[in-house]
Design a protein. Structure first.
Length: 166
C-alpha cells in the first residue's frame, strides 16, 4: 500500500459490510453499505444501514469514527450516526454511483473502469483509484491503482483525473 508513514489508507471494499458499534454500550448500530463522496472527490462519510426490520440508510461522518478495525467500526455513541436528510452527491455503489464509471486522464488517455477507492481515514482524501480493464485482464495482469494529483472532475459519463507521472 502507498502513503506516508503513519497515515492509514482504507478502501471501500474493506469497509463494506463491516458492523458499526457504539463504544458506550457495545450495541451494534448497523453495517456499512456505501460511502458518501462529494463533488470535489473526497469521502464525506460512510453510509450505514440501520434497523432490524425496517432498514434505513444513515450517514456516519468520518470525524465521528472513533476507530476502524478489521472486524468493525467504533463510534462513541449513537449520536454519531445521522439521519440522511438529503441524498449524497455521489456514492460508490448506490444512487449517483461511481463504481464502474470510465476513468480518463487529463490528457485524454482511457485508464479503465473504477473498481475501488483508496482514502485517508481521518481526512477522507481519495489518494488512489483502483481500476479494472475487465475480468480476464485482471486475471492476466492484475488491477492497477492510479494516484491522482488534485481533485477529479466527476461527470455523468466519466471521471477525469490528473495523474502522477513517474
Amino acid at each position: 500500500m502507498f502513503g506516508k508513514a503513519g497515515t492509514l489508507l482504507r478502501t471501500f471494499s474493506l469497509l463494506k459490510g463491516l458492523p458499526v458499534y457504539e463504544l458506550a454500550s457495545g450495541q451494534k448500530m448497523g453495517e456499512v453499505c456505501d460511502v458518501s463522496i462529494s463533488g470535489s472527490g473526497s469521502v464525506v462519510g460512510l453510509l450505514v444501514k440501520t434497523g432490524t426490520f425496517i432498514k434505513r440508510t444513515c450517514l456516519l461522518r468520518l470525524p465521528q469514527v472513533a476507530s476502524y478495525g478489521w472486524d468493525g467500526i467504533m463510534v462513541q455513541d449513537r449520536s454519531a450516526i445521522e439521519t440522511l436528510e438529503t441524498d449524497p452527491e455521489y456514492t460508490f455503489k448506490h444512487q449517483q454511483s461511481l463504481a464502474g464509471k470510465q476513468l480518463f486522464s487529463g490528457e485524454g488517455e482511457q485508464l479503465g473502469l473504477l473498481d475501488d477507492v483508496y482514502f485517508l481515514e481521518e481526512l477522507g482524501t481519495i489518494v488512489g483509484y483502483e481500476i479494472t480493464d475487465g475480468f480476464f485482464s485482471d486475471i492476466a495482469n492484475g488491477k492497477r491503482v492510479v494516484k491522482p494529483v488534485g481533485p477529479p472532475a466527476i461527470g455523468k459519463d466519466a471521471i477525469i483525473v490528473n495523474v502522477k507521472t513517474r
